[in-house]
Ligand binder design. Structure first.
Ligand code: GTP
Ligand code: MG
Ligand code: ZN
Length: 366
């Protein structure tokens, strides 16, 4: 039974109209009236005469590729799109707390007679999976990309600095959204510190997460990445300046997305990519480039559930004296004992404690 969103109250409408902090534009007015629709959802969906996939968003307009051209076999990175708005009534099969629309969504839309290439989104199909974070502005679930098979968690060796905290949040978010994570360590031409390489082995050996080392300058590792992209939908996520768009360009062998030097003063990216966009890879497969986000906080995890996303804790957790155990202050905690004995990386445990504090803070805030 499809879910119909309620008409948002005034504050929500204003929020939906706002441009996101990172520059991603939300639909101009996702106003959805449900009452009369509940009686006849089929009639509502019959307004749509086309189906397609959202491949991008620009100036509050959603770019939708019609299914036939989306599936057509050609080597173009992008095809003709319908510029769709989400005005009026939009029904959705997805939970109400999630963004109404996201790049990667499959939608039903109505073309507008006399207006070539324009459309109105009528219905959003159920997402098979999604990558999401806590929206910094609204505290709701902000979908970064929907219906993706793999997420390439791109981190640079340096420039910008490598963050274990962010990597650990990325890995948790992938499991939550049921997306396979692949850790991509880019800019290896700048040198990989041996302690970083040793620390990262842990993700592969203990967590079973695939690890790729790449350089868009030397081309190392790109063949391996492209093999993983083949035949599925992948998304590039990571902080600004790590080289997501440079990787995308390298995969296409041509400049498709803009790439910009990071700021030498702050050693941070300049938020060059402003909106997510899906491209068709030459050998089959879709790749979504996303903007580097300033914040990537977890959403929808109760603090007591967090430890279950840390699979390196799994062998020890059942031996904690008190269950449930937060592994922070309880006596005879087997997880803390494992950290002290060197069986769990201290950095992983520190990430866990930071995430737990943040989730506890947000759950109390609500
Ligand atoms: N040394 C080195 N520099 C790289 C590599 N890959 C990308 N860069 C540089 O890193 C800078 C940022 O690259 P982008 O591709 O724009 O980074 P991004 O992750 O897309 O950044 P946003 O779009 O802001 O999120 C550019 O100056 C690239 O030339 C690499 O493998 N090695
Ligand atoms: Mg970019
Ligand atoms: Zn414990």
């Amino acid at each position: 039974m499809p879910y119909f969103r309620r008409k948002p109250h005034r504050k929500a409408i204003l929020r939906d109209d706002a441009v996101r902090q990172e520059g991603t534009v939300l639909p101009e007015r996702s106003v959805v009236r449900s009452t009369q629709l509940k009686k006849n959802p089929t009639k509502h969906r019959q307004r749509a005469d086309c189906q397609g996939r959202i491949v991008g968003v620009a100036s509050a307009v959603w770019l939708v590729e019609e299914s036939s051209s989306y599936h057509a076999a050609n080597d173009e990175p992008f095809r003709a799109t319908h510029q769709c708005t989400a005005r009026g009534v939009v029904s959705s099969d997805n939970p109400p707390e999630e963004s109404l629309l996201a790049v990667g969504d499959w939608v039903d839309f109505a073309t507008i007679p006399g207006e070539e290439g324009k459309g109105v989104i009528v219905h959003v199909r159920q997402r098979q999976n999604r990558l999401f974070r806590l929206s910094p502005s609204s505290r709701e679930v902000d979908i970064l990309a929907a219906n993706v098979d793999r997420a390439f968690l791109v981190h640079a060796v340096r420039q910008p600095y490598f963050s274990r905290r962010l990597l650990d949040r990325h890995v948790v978010a992938c499991e939550q959204g049921q997306v396979e994570p692949v850790i991509v360590i880019n800019k290896i031409d700048l040198g990989v510190p041996p302690e970083l390489a040793a620390a990262l082995c842990y993700y592969h050996e203990r967590l079973g997460v695939r690890l790729c080392y790449t350089s868009t300058i030397t081309g190392e590792g790109l063949g391996e990445l492209m093999a993983l992209m083949h035949g599925c939908t992948s998304v590039l996520v990571g902080a600004s300046g790590v080289g997501k768009s440079a990787i995308l360009n390298a995969c296409f062998g041509q400049p498709i997305q803009a790439v910009r030097e990071i700021s030498s003063k702050y050693q941070r990216g300049r938020h060059t990519t402003t909106n997510a966009r899906l491209f068709h890879l030459p050998g089959g497969g879709k790749l979504i480039d996303t903007p580097g986000l300033r914040e990537f906080a977890l959403a929808q995890i109760a603090p007591e559930e967090l430890a279950f996303y840390f699979h390196d804790f799994d062998p020890f957790y059942p031996q904690c004296k008190y269950l449930p155990c937060t592994h922070t202050h309880e006596p005879d905690c087997a997880v803390r004992a494992a950290v002290a004995a060197g069986h769990i990386q201290t950095e992983r445990y520190d990430s866990y404690v930071r995430m737990l504090e943040s989730l506890t803070y947000h759950s109390e805030e609500r």
